[in-house]
Design a protein around this ligand. Structure first.
Ligand code: PGA
Length: 249
C-alpha cells in the first residue's frame, strides 16, 4: 500500500522565531491525519523544529543536501549533518534548485545515491517548463528526468523514494495543472517506473503533485487515483491553509 503524504516546502522563508510560531500553530491543529505530514524549514531551523515536533505526527524534513560525505564544499550540508539533527527525509531536485543553482540530472543522481546510502528517504522532484507543455513534449522531459536520475537504482531502493511531479509553470504562479493533467502525468510516471522496475514497485511508490495546491483545489487533485499527496509551497506558510490541505485526505 502506498503512503499518502502532504509535505510543506517552506523554501527560504521564516527565521527562527517565525518557524517556532508556525510550528506551534501546526502542532495544535494537526493531531491526526490520514496522510503523513511533513514540513521542510530552512537548514538553520531544522534542529529547533525537530525538538518542537518531537512526539507529534509531523516530520521535519530538509529541502536539499550535498552529495559529498564531507570536505571542502563551503556553504554545503551533508546527509550525515541532516541526520544528526533528526532529519530522515530530504527533498532533492526541486525546480528552483535546478534553475537557480544549476543542478543537473547528473548531480541529482549523485545526491540521490548519497541520500540513500545514508538511509535518508528522498522526495525526488521533477517537472516540465511551460514551453515543453505547450509543444506537447512534457512526457519526454519528465521521462528523461526520471530516467537520468533514478534508473541506475535497484528496485529495492524505491522503498525510500517518493516522487513529486511539479510542473514548473504551476509553481508559485497560482496556475495549477488541472486534476486531469496531474492524473495523466502521474499515470505516465507510474508506467515509466513499471517498465523499468516492474509493477509492484510502480504501484507502491507514492507520487505527489506540487504546484499551487491550495485548500480550494487539494480535494479534487488528491482524489485522482495516481495522486498520492502534495508538495505544498506557498500554502504551507499559513497554518490554516496547510491544515486544510492535510485534511483534504
Ligand atoms: P507552490 O510551490 O505550492 O507555491 O506552487 C510548490 C513547490 O515549489 O514545491
Amino acid at each position: 500500500m502506498r503512503q499518502q503524504i502532504v509535505a510543506g516546502n517552506w523554501k527560504m522563508n521564516n527565521d527562527l522565531a517565525q518557524t517556532e510560531t508556525l510550528i506551534t500553530s501546526l502542532k495544535t491543529k494537526i493531531k491526526t491525519s490520514n496522510a503523513e505530514v511533513m514540513i521542510a524549514p530552512t537548514f538553520t531551523n531544522l534542529w529547533q523544529a525537530y525538538q518542537t515536533l518531537k512526539g507529534t505526527d509531523i516530520e521535519v524534513i530538509a529541502q536539499n543536501m550535498h552529495f559529498a560525505e564531507n570536505g571542502a564544499y563551503t556553504g554545503e550540508i551533508s546527509a550525515r549533518m541532516l541526520k544528526s539533527v533528526g532529519v530522515k527525509t530530504v527533498i532533492l531536485g526541486h525546480s528552483e534548485r535546478r534553475e537557480y543553482f544549476n543542478e543537473t540530472d547528473e548531480i541529482l543522481a549523485k545526491k540521490v545515491d548519497a541520500a540513500l546510502a545514508n538511509d535518508l528517504r528522498v522526495i525526488f522532484c521533477f517537472g516540465e517548463v511551460l514551453a515543453d507543455r505547450k509543444s506537447g513534449n512534457h512526457e519526454n522531459v519528465v521521462g528523461s528526468q526520471i530516467k537520468n536520475a533514478l534508473f541506475h537504482l535497484q528496485a529495492w531502493h524505491f522503498k525510500n523514494i517518493v516522487l513529486a511531479y511539479e510542473p514548473v509553470w504551476a509553481i508559485g504562479t497560482g496556475e495549477t495543472a488541472t486534476a486531469e493533467q496531474a492524473q495523466d502525468m502521474h499515470a505516465f510516471i507510474r508506467k515509466t517506473l513499471a517498465d523499468q522496475f516492474g509493477h509492484e514497485i510502480a504501484n507502491n511508490v507514492s507520487i505527489l503533485y506540487g504546484g499551487s495546491v491550495k485548500p480550494n483545489n487539494a480535494n479534487e487533485i488528491f482524489d485522482k487515483p495516481d495522486v498520492d499527496g502534495g508538495l505544498i509551497g506557498g500554502a504551507a506558510l499559513n497554518a490554516d491553509d496547510f491544515y486544510a490541505i492535510v485534511n483534504a485526505f
